[in-house]
Ligand binder design. Structure first.
Ligand code: SIN
Length: 283
């Protein structure tokens, strides 16, 4: 097994392994690299759906995503991240990740990590970026660190409750009813969370799911949120990934945000399978 850093911001590439046939010492090394680098890329993987699910399960229980119309038939642990259509309808989430976010932060127990597997990639566009939220926290001015200590923020899946996002084209029809129906109740999480394994502190807000800061007047909270978001996704903190066929990416949702960069020309297909590992209550 070889582990090479991918950027100054975060990320490592792990080569020389088949994740479907990884023994216990190999898995322990992968887990260690995951905690150190926050995002790990396994190249040239040839995985069945069962392999993908089984490898993901080694990190914990798997979530069934609330977008139930975008799950793989017979394997509900797989969320289809795809711009493929059948009978004129997208088979998966076409706009998945179109705003910076951490998966499932709108749930009481957000995701620990996610594993996205590239089955078809577009020639142009379709890249993904990750931002290092440890660095985002650590580089805040001391006065801001003191200001946000102990603060909590409100998270929501419902795009109609979030003025930082728009309604995606795919979801326009019946959007309000759909978001109202499937969105869980708002949840409150700390603005700064502590990673239960590394013990490091990370900023935990995002434009996609964080809709306000509790404990502050609305205007003041929104201004603070703007400031924290702008700080979090500055280029120095970001790793930009160009997908190759057979890439499997594993990322830590407790200390990163990610963004699907989109830009796929009409007629090109990008088709991916995602599993989402369950996590604990942020503290
Ligand atoms: C996601 O947010 O899980 C999907 C990211 C991507 O499609 O690049």
């Amino acid at each position: 097994m070889r582990i090479d850093r991918l950027s100054d911001a975060l990320g490592a590439e792990i080569s020389g392994i088949d994740v479907a046939r990884l023994d216990e010492p190999g898995f322990a090394a992968v887990r260690e690299a995951f905690h150190e680098h926050q995002v790990v890329v396994f190249r040239d993987q040839d995985l069945s759906v069962e392999d993908h699910i089984a490898f993901s399960r080694r990190f914990g229980d798997l979530e069934i995503h609330i977008s139930t119309d975008s799950l793989l038939k017979d394997h509900q642990e797989i969320l289809l991240v795809s711009n493929k259509k059948e009978n004129g309808k997208y088979i998966g989430v076409e706009n998945a990740g179109d705003e910076w976010h951490s998966d499932l932060s709108y749930m009481p127990k957000p995701s620990l990590g996610s594993l996205l597997y590239a089955l078809e990639i577009s020639e142009v566009g379709g890249d993904t970026e990750w931002s290092n939220m440890y660095t985002a926290y650590e580089t805040l001015p001391e006065a801001t660190k003191r200001r946000i200590e102990g603060l909590t923020a409100r998270h929501s899946f419902n795009r109609f409750r979030n003025k930082r996002v728009t309604i995606p084209e795919q979801r326009k029809e019946g959007a309000k009813e759909r978001y109202e129906k499937i969105s869980p109740p708002d949840v409150i999480h700390p603005v700064v969370r502590t990673h239960e394994t590394t013990g490091r502190k990370a900023l935990y807000v995002s434009p996609r799911f964080t809709i306000g800061i509790e404990d502050l007047p609305e205007d003041e909270g929104q201004a603070l949120l703007d400031e924290l978001i702008e700080h979090s996704v500055q280029r120095d903190f970001v790793y930009h990934h160009k997908w190759r066929l057979g890439d499997l990416l594993l990322w830590d949702n407790r200390c990163t945000l990610h963004l699907a960069c989109r830009g796929i020309p009409e007629g090109q297909i990008r088709h991916m399978h995602r599993t989402t590992v369950s996590g604990g209550v942020p503290f």
